[in-house]
Design a protein around this ligand. Structure first.
Ligand SMILES: *Cc1c(COP(=O)(O)O)cnc(C)c1O
Length: 357
């Protein structure tokens, strides 16, 4: 079947649900925009994409993704600038990473035009759902999962790729209290930690809940062999400022290669800060804190951009970090990154993908 990418056929909603949305009080992840992009993979090829009213999918109880976990996703955000243009931030990086995740989970590669053109056309149709309000955005969830109705263990021969979106409010998270995880692991060398695979999230929920029961918002993962080196913070990459240097663990097979991570490091280098991508041991953090040199700690990810960490718990003691207002590097870089994403600063790295309506 030939895939007509000039215009993706669309079945529009008869009546938009946008009046249900209060742009001044957006609840995260509950109201979805009017349409979704859907495309099936079968007989060894991707079929014609379609845009449909957002709604339920009919699935067999034997759908293999549910049983054996071939399911990968992405997360990105669209903003509106002062002219009403829609701005996407580095969407090709999300596209490439989706295929890296798919490859690890033995799933087919998605062609770039289905992702990019599907995304663009979907956003044009649901442009009214991109909040114009400062700090708010339209969250975009592209995902792919296995759809064979077959209960034997094997890679599925059919898949579905879907994109839906939902408006999200500004992230006003309080600084996080996190605890270094001494027992559970998120990923191990040779595993699938670098893939944005659904199962990685499922396996992380119990350890996260146990930390929450102890009074922490989130945990910091450590390496699977010795629990000696820092990996990530919950579902974010993690960075520290020690003695004026921005330090973060290097990406590997166990660490997800965050687009925010890369953007923060790039902007920090642009601003003239020393950036080190290297292993960070728990001992180093403890020593630096004792010496008064642990100045900043924060997570990076699409949801929050930069999520400040107030306290790090390790081995029975809380390490309290300097007040968020005093944190020069993370505050400067976060503000700069927000400006680039929303079209209020020069886009010197060509990160912004603009959709003019
Ligand atoms: C998605 C994700 C991140 C952040 O990636 P961004 O591209 O910055 O949103 C970090 N760690 C994990 C485990 C993730 O799933």
């Amino acid at each position: 079947m030939s895939v007509d990418m000039l215009t993706i056929p669309a079945k529009c909603v008869t009546e938009s649900r946008i009046s249900e949305l209060d742009f001044n009080n957006i609840e995260f992840g509950k109201i979805f925009a009017d349409h979704m992009l859907v495309v099936d993979y079968k007989d060894g090829e991707w079929q014609q994409p379609e845009i449909l009213p957002y709604g339920n999918l009919a699935l067999s109880p034997a759908t293999s993704a549910i049983h054996y976990g071939q399911s990968v996703f992405e997360g990105m955000k669209a903003y509106k600038d002062a002219n009403g243009d829609i701005l996407l931030f580095r969407p090709l990086e999300n596209y490439k990473r989706l295929n890296i995740s798919a490859e690890r989970m033995c799933m087919p590669e998605l062609p770039e035009d289905i992702f990019m053109q599907g995304l663009e056309q979907l956003l044009r149709m649901d442009a009214a759902w991109v909040p114009p309000t400062d700090g708010c955005a339209l969250y975009i969830r592209p995902f792919m999962f296995a759809t064979d109705d077959f209960i034997g263990v094997r890679p599925s021969s059919s898949y579905k790729f879907v994109i839906f979106t939902c408006p999200v409010g500004a992230y006003y998270g309080q600084p996080l209290k996190v605890a270094i995880e001494p027992k559970y692991v998120r990923s191990a060398e040779g595993g699938a930690g670098y893939a944005k695979a659904a199962g990685n999230y499922g396996a992380a929920l119990l350890p996260a809940r146990k930390m929450q029961e102890k009074g922490y918002h989130q945990l910091i993962w450590t390496d699977a062999k010795e629990h000696k080196f820092i990996e990530e913070s919950g579902t974010m990459n993690v960075m520290f400022v020690i003695d004026g240097k921005l330090i973060t663990p290097p990406v590997s097979t166990t660490i997800l290669k965050g687009i925010t991570r890369d953007s923060v490091l790039t902007l920090a280098r642009d601003l003239g800060y020393t950036v080190e991508e290297r292993k960070v041991s728990v001992d180093e953090l403890v020593e630096a804190h004792k010496a008064g040199k642990l100045q900043e700690a924060f997570g990076t990810g699409t949801a929050a951009t930069v999520a400040q960490i107030a306290t790090i718990h390790y081995n029975g003691a809380d390490m309290d970090l300097p007040a968020v207002e005093t944190r020069e590097i993370s505050n400067r870089v976060a503000a700069e990154l927000e400006k680039v994403k929303t079209g209020r600063a020069a886009d010197t790295h060509n990160w912004v993908y603009r959709i003019s309506l």
